[in-house]
Design a protein around this ligand. Sequence first.
Ligand SMILES: C[S@@+](CC[C@H](N)C(=O)[O-])C[C@H]1O[C@@H](n2cnc3c(N)ncnc32)[C@H](O)[C@@H]1O
Length: 497
Amino acid sequence: MSGDGGSRPGARAAGSAPRRGAGSGQRSGGPRRAQPDGARRPQRRAPQDPARDTAYEVLRAVRERDAYANLVLPALLRERGLEPRDAALATELAYGTLRGLGTYDAVLAACADRPLTRVDGPVLDVLRLGAHQLLSTRIPPHAAVSATVDLVRRGPARGAAGFANAVLRRVAGRDRDEWLTELAPAYSEDPVGNLALTHAHPRWVAEALRDALDGSLEELAAALAADNARPAVTLAVRPGRADVEELLADGAHPGSWSPYAAVLPGGDPGDLPEVRAGQAGVQDEGSQLVALAAAGAAIEGPDAAWLDGCAGPGGKAALLAGLAAGRGARVLAAELAPHRARLVAQAAVPTGAADVVVADSTVPAWRPGAFDRVVFDVPCSGLGALRRRPEARWRRTPEDVAGLGPLQRALLRSALEAVRPGGVVTYATCSPHRAETRDVVEDVLAGRDDVERIDARAVLAAVAVRPLPALGDGPDVQLWPHRHGTDAMYLTLLRRR
Ligand SMILES: C[S@@+](CC[C@H](N)C(=O)[O-])C[C@H]1O[C@@H](n2cnc3c(N)ncnc32)[C@H](O)[C@@H]1O
């Protein structure tokens, strides 16, 4: 254990009750104890630690600037040129800490002598990083505490090293299970509260997932656990521009469901020539299935004009355009945000079968009934992709979900206007929250007799390489990480009469 030049709190035996919070009550750590000769102990120079320094920078950027960890981290790793081992540790520490934030905060709150709202942000970042190492990794506790306190010494809150040391030593007094037993509500009394804390999800998210899983607590536990596992990187090969076999020959594995999927064993997808050439792009198999179902649903009459009304950044538009090119059809990809429309153009235009417009799809720039197929993958809370965005679960709020409802309804109404009779609309979200999925569809269809619901399960059975299990009662489909290994994409297929 590294000394901090201040008072050392006594270590607590594992399993004993947490003591009153650690620290001096001062915001930046405890007063220094004088050495016997009255001189101060010289400050030990904290060693450099590229992995923890980088993870800390990510946590700080997420907290201070609302940055996205999955954008900040790769940029920092490139800029700092971390060795692969350090890069892997930085990634685990940053993503793991962000995922477990709520649970770590509950433990830290039990160990500190002040509310966490009164702890300086940078110190709180370090404490969270330390709690993650102590409770969820195999890093030996003494090394986790010492290296994390060194981080405080090197950082902008040097004076808080004693406070951080005290708090982390209290965290280290118990293992994760012991802390959860103490802090989580009893499963028998409050199962959702217990599962939410145990699997590090906000309670409202756990409740929404339970609701979407028809109340099953067993499945809820599996769904929450699946959100905490990092997904493999999956590519979608763009039809007509490359063959999936080329990627398989380079060591990728075939996907579970999509004929266009290649699962990478590791490494940076940006290093692959197929990705650099735009012949393949990173895309979860759930998203690939949505695009394949949209293109595969039976329609009556011509099949030449397709609309992707919420196209940015273009993953589905690129797959759709590749499929359209093979059938002599064309895709109009509409996107509200100009910078996202540019990404759509990069991904989809090279297929030769896509045009991109910057447009508000609730105020159509096209005539009613102009399209044979319409896909609206609407803006949503993203609760179905929590595996990929470690901080998202703590950033989203129930108000976000409520706030998106009117736009989602307006977009679905507009999609139904854009398709001709006999054509098919695909409404999709990367959220399983009922308020964004079934409730929207039911509200928009209420009182309309010009729309027929198509069994999306049968369409998926026709487009997937093997039957997907557990697709529910239909006619819509909710995919799940714990059932299908995909993001929790929702899709419903609607035919205009
Ligand atoms: C979930 S994302 C779509 C993802 C995309 N389908 C893909 O696979 O890459 C939703 C997109 O809709 C866009 N959007 C939001 N409101 C819109 C509107 N009124 N009209 C058109 N696009 C909109 C957002 O900017 C965002 O890029």
